[in-house]
Design a protein around this ligand. Structure first.
Ligand code: SF4
Length: 391
């Protein structure tokens, strides 16, 4: 059985977008439509709101290993993760010139400080610090978040975006619901038949979609799902099923993901490019659409380490994901100096141990270039699962 060339063509297209650090696809979209493009940092912003105002939301996830950091390092201490350095570098070297603004979601102090630096460095663009609540009572955190979204909508309008209307927002929510459904289907296919959806491939498809309008990202997901599902040339191998946790903000180099797969692991669940799955189910289309967006954030978002878990047990969602994915091991794979990921890790480790699932941990930076040690560690971990599971 020969591989389907349409599948490799699609992945090549996605890979080109993933490598499009200067955002030429965004510049082309602006030339074609005359619309505004606004970038956002991890993890989540309600892209529906931007779309409803005719704005292209552009997901930014830092730099890649081949980006030489010349000025970015001067802005940060050595004991800070890498993502803000590359983001500053890309801003200063003109890669983000196509963007009319940036949104910085409140996930950690580094992102908060980066928003202030961006205001000083690029005073001509919109800078919005999306102060997402850590109180999930609709009357308190919900009201606060709604006000924040209204402020964002007004700020976009002041820059030339369309005013936000209920009808437009409802239509945008419907488009993103379909988009999220396809991502859920892709993750479900990978859980069932991980050999059909190599994570290094799925990853570039998810990254490519960050630069595309939802009207193009959804068909990309649909086509990839159909081609991957029907490709019989990929056969199962004797690999260990692992869940990769902790890589929700600064992303590992693609070569690291490939290394994990080559070392004998099938990644059956992960935290990569989480904006596509941050809201877990469809957002209802009835009622007040802005309130529906707020409710989705309050009640239906993933239990990210960046969220305060007031009720329930820390790590309960990880236990549930382990059960659903049939993962036989957990790789805690977090960026160096990432406070949210590393402070959460002890609770997550305890959750894995409650579930009786073995784990191992290592750290990376987005510009890591050597993976031999990680390959040996992940390979030994996978071998030990295959040799001793069920003994
Ligand atoms: S990698 Fe971690 S510490 Fe760095 S910006 Fe992201 S969440 Fe914050």
């Amino acid at each position: 059985m020969t591989p389907d060339p349409r599948l490799s063509n699609l992945v090549q297209r996605a890979d080109a977008l993933f490598r499009d650090q200067a955002l030429s696809a965004v510049s082309e979209w602006k030339t074609r439509t005359g619309g505004l493009a606004v970038g956002f940092l991890p993890i989540y912003v309600p892209r529906e709101l931007l779309h409803a105002q005719g704005v292209l939301p552009v997901g930014l996830m830092g730099g890649r290993p081949d980006l030489e950091i010349i000025k970015g390092d001067a802005y940060y201490q050595s004991y800070i993760c890498h993502l803000p350095r590359s983001t500053i570098e890309l801003g200063l070297n003109g890669s983000y010139d196509a963007l009319d603004g940036l949104i910085f979601p409140a996930i950690c102090d580094v992102i908060r400080n980066l928003s202030g630096m961006w205001q000083m460095l690029f005073p001509h663009v919109l800078v919005h610090y999306l102060d997402v609540p850590q109180n999930f009572d609709p009357a308190i955190g919900g009201a606060f978040y709604r006000r924040d979204l209204e402020m964002l909508a007004r700020a976009l309008e002041a820059r030339g975006a369309r005013p936000l209307t209920d009808d437009a927002l409802r239509q945008s929510i419907a488009l993103y619901n379909e988009n999220r459904r396809l991502v859920r289907d892709l993750y479900a296919l990978r859980r069932r038949e991980p050999w059909k959806v190599p994570t290094a491939e799925l990853y570039v498809v998810l990254r490519a979609a960050l630069l595309l309008p939802v009207e193009e990202a959804t068909p990309l997901f649909a086509e990839y799902l159909e081609l991957a599902e029907s490709d019989e040339s990929r056969r199962p191998q004797d690999q260990a099923r692992v869940l990769v946790a902790g890589s929700f903000c600064e992303q590992p180099p693609l070569a690291l993901i490939k290394t994990l797969e080559r070392s004998g692991c099938y990644i059956v669940d992960d935290d990569f490019v989480q904006v596509h799955r941050f809201i877990r189910s469809d957002i209802p289309l009835d009622g007040d659409p802005l309130q529906r967006l707020v409710e989705a954030f309050l009640t239906d978002a993933v239990a990210s380490p960046t969220r305060y878990i007031a009720d329930g047990v820390k790590g309960a969602e990880l236990e549930q994901r382990l059960a659903e994915s049939g993962a036989e091991g957990v790789l805690f794979c977090a960026p160096s100096f990432c406070d949210p990921a590393l402070l959460d890790q002890p609770m997550a480790v305890r959750a894995a141990e409650r579930a009786g699932v073995p784990w191992t941990a290592f750290k990376y930076a987005e510009n890591s270039g050597q993976f031999q040690v990680i390959r040996e560690q992940a390979g030994t971990f996978a071998d030990s699962i295959k040799l001793w599971s069920g003994v």
